[in-house]
Design a protein around this ligand. Sequence first.
Ligand SMILES: [Zn+2]
Length: 160
Amino acid sequence: MSLAIVAIGAKSTSGYRGSMSSIAVCPSCGTKNRVPVASSGRPQCASCHQPLPWLVEAGDADLDAALNTDHLVLIDLWAPWCGPCTMVAPVLQRLSVRYSGKVKVVKVNVDHNPRSSARFDAQSIPTLVMTRHGAVVDRIVGAQGEAALVARIEPLLVTR
Ligand SMILES: [Zn+2]
């Protein structure tokens, strides 16, 4: 068993249902790995132990579990019908690889999760909200390129 899986299990909260997870394909070896929504540390490939993209999908039921990490969280409030959201999705995918273990990307579909949407005031989408320990530290409304997002993320990592 890999260290990553031990760490993930140890941080699970009592009310958390273990079935909630996302599949991450390892960029190094192609193995499909299950990344729990509540994962709180650097996810690793079970096969080759390289860092996995740290990206999960969460909703009203498990958003608090998803935000329960010491690391920076980037919440993507999106919907399938939103064109700019579709454009920003591959950027977030790349960031989840680049910042694996440092930034946890949490995707929230606003259509299915009205409470999360209201909580982070997603009046227009995409809205990107960065949190640490559940507190909002930055928010960006509208689609952004990778360089623009990196410029917003980097200063937040330095303060850690
Ligand atoms: Zn691998």
